[in-house]
Design a binder for this molecule. Structure first.
Ligand code: UDP
Length: 337
């Protein structure tokens, strides 16, 4: 077994959704902290290029596996980070059943694994559990306003079920659980064509297309840079707190103002065009992070200006082919019938 310098065995962590945006950044962080990382992904929405730099390391291994089926990890396991899930409105439309299954069946399998291994598990929940919120900013004790049967409902309800089964495993089986309610997060390795607003606007600017604002752009979001998000998740995992914690950046902006910021950042000569607002698109979203501040001593450090500059540079460096690949990723070859 590999030893750290203090001769303690390395802590072993399983990261699901490891080839995705957040999952891959978490793998990087836990590798940096000296953990042995077992990365798992079925590659429906994830991409191996996000973690290929880790394959050469002796404290990293990758399992191509769909966690909605039985999950086996040999030997001891100390921690689980459950980050497998489609996470963009286009994905919910294209793979609604996979979205429901990974949040429900997948979470059940991982909680079972956590119980078996006596491992602590942190699940990635979301601000979507608040739906189109009637309380602003959103505190953890707000129950939410979710349309169960809308297109987003497959994600929102899967995540609400996920929180529920996680608390049940905590209360009934005594599993050590953590719940991160993640608000809009951005940074390098987002998928260019996943339809989310940041890659959408940057991609449009880079291709010389008009920026598509949905509705009249008066809906708000609060964007958290990935490095801050990862720090919050890291602290939550190592805390002893099992109730949900909001992790996000409270700096709120309307989508129209945000489009104007992107025009400035990219120097594009294109204009803003307005498109219909998607069904049940939340009108406002801003995390109340008092709990994270108090319990984790955490708050975001990276300004939108700094974070967006890094993100823009990442997308600018993509090849022309990647930039023009307008076709959304073909999921069909990965989905089990
Ligand atoms: N949005 C937009 N134009 C786009 C893509 C998204 O105006 O090309 C809007 C979308 O309607 C939403 C906001 O940007 O109000 C954030 O969308 P995203 O999909 O990034 O995240 P979510 O809605 O899940 O917060």
């Amino acid at each position: 077994m590999q030893q750290e310098s203090n001769l303690e065995p390395r802590k072993k962590i399983l990261v699901t959704g490891a080839a995705g945006f957040l999952g891959s950044h978490l793998c990087d962080r836990f590798i940096k902290e000296g953990f042995y990382v077992i990365a798992m992904d079925n590659l429906i929405t994830g991409d191996l290029k996000n973690i290929e730099h880790l394959f050469k390391l002796s404290n990293f291994e990758f399992h191509h596996h769909d966690i909605t089926t039985f999950v086996h990890v040999p030997g001891k396991l100390d921690y689980i980070l459950h980050f497998a899930s489609p996470a963009s409105p286009i994905d919910y439309l294209k793979i609604p059943i996979q979205t429901l299954k990974v949040g429900s069946l997948g979470t059940h399998n991982l909680l079972g694994l956590a119980k078996e291994k006596n491992a602590r598990i942190l699940i990635a929940s979301t601000s979507e559990v608040y739906g189109d919120p009637l309380v602003h900013p959103q505190t953890e004790d707000y129950y939410g306003n979710v349309n169960t049967i809308s297109q987003r409902g497959v994600y929102d309800e899967a995540k609400r079920f996920q929180e529920s089964i996680t608390m049940a495993y905590h209360r009934f089986h005594g599993v050590e659980t953590r719940i991160a309610r993640i608000f809009n997060t951005y940074g390098p390795r987002m998928r260019l064509n996943d339809g989310r607003v940041i890659p959408a606007f940057i991609g449009q600017a880079l291709r010389g297309e008009d920026l598509t604002v949905f509705g009249i752009g008066n809906q708000t979001r609060s964007f958290c840079y990935v490095e801050d998000q990862v720090e919050g998740i890291y602290r939550l995992l190592l805390s002893d707190y099992s109730e949900p914690v909001n992790i996000g950046n409270p700096n709120e902006i309307t989508i129209l103002e945000f489009a104007e910021e992107i025009i400035k950042l990219t120097g594009t000569k294109q204009k803003i065009v307005f498109k219909p607002l998607p069904q049940d698109d939340p009108m406002q979203r801003q995390p109340d992070i008092s709990r994270a501040k108090k319990i984790l001593g955490w708050e975001p450090k990276v300004s939108r200006q700094e974070g967006m500059k890094i993100t823009y540079d990442y997308f600018k460096a993509l090849s022309t082919e990647e930039l023009w690949k307008s076709e959304h990723k073909d999921f069909s070859k990965h989905i089990r019938k």
